[in-house]
Design a protein around this ligand. Structure first.
Ligand SMILES: [Zn+2]
Length: 260
């Protein structure tokens, strides 16, 4: 008798990759959100104490009301804090008595300037912007002047590498430059110290011990991935988990990523 094919999250992921479905779905976030949503029936937004770090990329104007809904849902559960305050929680400076959220955004999207920053300023929500320095000035991306204006509005900046190439695909010298050169350029353009790094792609095949060592060597205090589990006091700032979301997703889809 043939053994039954085991359906696991990994096997589903592999099959979707083979079909090219994952990238097709990413290009159609509303559809992706509707497909994810049923799995959210078995999850709830966090109620227990813990640190959650949801992050986004581009937020097109059509999705602004959706992002606002996500933020309101988080805020009903607990405070949204700055990256600094999130690190203080990990350091054990204060023990959260419920869920705490810390927002970040990756790459260098123009919509940060036009959609995200105005909304977060109005709602008084802090955020970290992880910039891929090689994207600055390219079509559809921010200029350094835009970044300086966002920094002046009180938001935080970190590095998201120079080229956005997968770090683990690169030789030692090239990989090290992704950390050092992006830091140097961000610091010279923004005139502030850059101490936080988010790995491109950020799953467990996209970084390893070498990358975390390079982050430390080049003067970063935190290293963020896209691994999803909640974080707690005592966890390392060099292994920060974040939950990747798309603003187009319904809240049920959000619950598949950010949950107890
Ligand atoms: Zn990225």
């Amino acid at each position: 008798m043939p053994s039954p094919t085991l359906i696991t999250p990994a096997s589903v992921k592999k099959r979707l990759n083979e079909l090219g479905l994952r990238s097709k779905l990413r290009a159609r976030p509303r559809v992706q959100g509707r497909i994810l949503a049923p799995a959210g029936a078995f999850r709830r937004l966090p109620r227990a104490a813990g640190l959650f770090l949801p992050f986004y990329h581009d937020v097109l104007p059509e999705y602004a009301p959706d992002l606002r809904r996500h933020l309101a849902a988080f805020r009903r559960r607990g405070p949204l804090v700055s990256w600094d305050d999130a690190l203080k929680i990990l350091a054990g400076d204060h023990e959260p008595d419920g869920p705490v959220f810390c927002l970040s955004f990756d790459d260098a999207h123009l919509s940060w300037r036009d959609v995200v920053v105005p909304m977060l300023s109005e709602l008084r929500i802090p955020a970290m912007f992880f910039v891929t320095t090689g994207l600055i000035g390219r079509p559809g991306n921010l200029s350094w002047d835009d970044c300086r204006a966002i920094a002046a509005a009180g938001f935080d900046f970190g590095s998201h590498s120079v080229t956005h190439r997968r770090l683990t695909d690169q030789g030692d010298d090239d990989a090290l430059r992704e950390f050092a050169d992006s830091k140097r350029e961000l610091e010279s353009e923004l005139q502030r110290e850059i101490r936080d790094f988010a790995a491109p792609y950020g799953s467990d095949v996209d970084f390893g011990e070498r990358e975390i060592a390079y982050a430390e060597e080049t003067g970063y205090r935190s290293f963020a991935s896209t691994l999803r589990p909640a974080m707690y006091p005592g966890d390392s700032p060099l292994a920060i988990n974040r939950q990747g979301l798309h603003p187009a997703w319904p809240l049920w889809a959000v619950r598949t990523r950010v949950h107890d």
